[in-house]
Design a protein around this ligand. Structure first.
Ligand SMILES: Nc1ncnc2c1ncn2[C@@H]1O[C@H](COP(=O)(O)OP(=O)(O)OP(=O)(O)O)[C@@H](O)[C@H]1O
Length: 361
């Protein structure tokens, strides 16, 4: 299976400290760290402004808010935002996910038990089954579903009226949604990766809630290694807190954060052991490439899929590695990041232009 460069995670990701999918520990603590309203929600200024308007207008009309589609990588706050939508509308929320709805009947059961104005959060909406998806079209547009009773020629459709509700769909891959489904959302928001300054705010807020003292530089250090993702920022904060409590006086400073994350092999740019292994092999064994994915994977001692799906998306996003028709190629930034000198003829080498054309230099 192919994974999009920036918006999907792969199997194995949750086991990494810098993986963006929630692990068991995340799930246990995330509830306590979730912002409860739009003011507390850090960053995503445009999304917040637009959503604020959508919700205020709905409140003024005394109606359920329009259906909302949230797209973006895991850990950027889609679930959090859906809970905020429900809170701002003073409505209950029901949470489910595309893979949990395999049959149209599963969806009918959920829809028919919704209360008026309730928010239905459907995570991974792109993974819903086809029949359920088709049932959802009518439910979203007309607040009605046809429940099919019986089989074959004797089957009959019984129309079922639904109370007005707000569907909040979340997807890491908006491009995979069929247009008829996409078009039924009144408001679509794309969640971007967070700027380091925004992640610092997330870290300060979480540190307050976890009752751990963090100075400004300590938060900056953690933010820079968090790969633009609040979930990772919160996870790194917890590991740094452990270190600060065991090895120091409990206060998180720049030095403590750097030492703690060195223990966990997360470098100053957020690369972990796997990412650095791939880059190191590419630079040291293959002179920066181009090299085929399979060869690179064998050199690193990992499965091809692990390199392609787990390590490469972030390296590409960071501008450290390029996927070209001739194979994987390191960028000048990769040489600089690992403190290595590119051989003559490589991009970034002193005096040589080499393959700079690959990077549009
Ligand atoms: N803008 C934000 N401000 C503060 N904290 C945030 C923000 N966005 C996310 N978080 C925190 O990051 C964690 C992960 O957020 P959330 O579960 O909402 O992500 P998600 O996009 O739904 O991930 P997934 O796609 O894996 O379900 C939560 O603990 C939440 O508190």
């Amino acid at each position: 299976m192919n994974w999009d460069d920036t918006t999907e995670t792969a199997p194995g990701d949750p086991e990494r400290l810098v993986g963006s999918v929630a692990d068991g520990e995340d799930q246990a603590v995330e509830a306590a760290l979730r912002p409860k309203d739009l003011h507390e929600f850090v960053g995503q200024a445009k999304v917040r402004e637009q959503l604020d308007l959508v919700l205020r207008a709905a409140r003024t009309r005394g109606a359920a808010a329009d259906h909302v589609l949230l797209s973006g990588a895991p850990g950027l706050g889609k679930t959090t935002l859906s809970m905020i939508i429900a809170a701002e509308m003073s409505a209950p929320i029901r949470i489910t996910s595309g893979p949990a709805i395999q049959h149209a009947g599963d969806l009918a059961a959920i829809l028919s038990s919704l209360q008026e104005g309730e928010v239905l959060f459907l995570d991974e909406i792109h993974r819903m089954s086809r029949p359920a998806e088709e049932m959802l079209y009518m439910a979203m547009e007309d607040f009605r579903v046809d429940v099919i009773v019986g089989k074959g020629p004797g089957a009959t459709a019984i129309p079922l009226e639904l109370p007005p509700f707000t569907l909040v769909g979340a997807t890491t891959r908006a491009g995979l949604l069929p247009p008829p489904l996409r078009d039924r959302f009144g408001f679509t928001a794309h969640m971007e990766f967070y700027e380091p300054a925004e992640l610092e705010q997330v870290i300060h807020r979480s540190a307050r809630l976890l009752d751990v003292e963090t100075d400004a530089e300590g938060a900056t250090e953690i933010a820079g290694r968090s790969r633009g993702t609040p979930r990772i920022a919160n996870r790194l904060l917890r590991r740094v807190r452990d270190y600060a409590q065991v090895k120091a006086d409990g206060v998180i400073t720049r030095d403590i954060a750097a030492r703690a994350l060195a223990v966990y092999e997360v470098d100053e740019r957020g690369l972990d052991r796997l990412d650095r292994g791939v880059l190191t092999a590419l630079l040291k064994l293959f002179g920066g490439g181009p090299v085929g994915l399979s060869t690179l994977a064998v050199a690193v001692g990992e499965e091809r899929e692990t390199v392609e799906e787990v390590a490469e998306p972030f390296l590409v996003r960071e501008g450290l590695l390029a996927r070209t028709p001739r194979g994987r190629v390191a960028t000048p930034a990769a040489w600089a990041h690992l403190g290595l000198t590119p051989p003559q003829g490589q991009p970034g080498a002193a005096g040589g232009t080499g393959q700079q054309g690959l990077f549009g230099a």
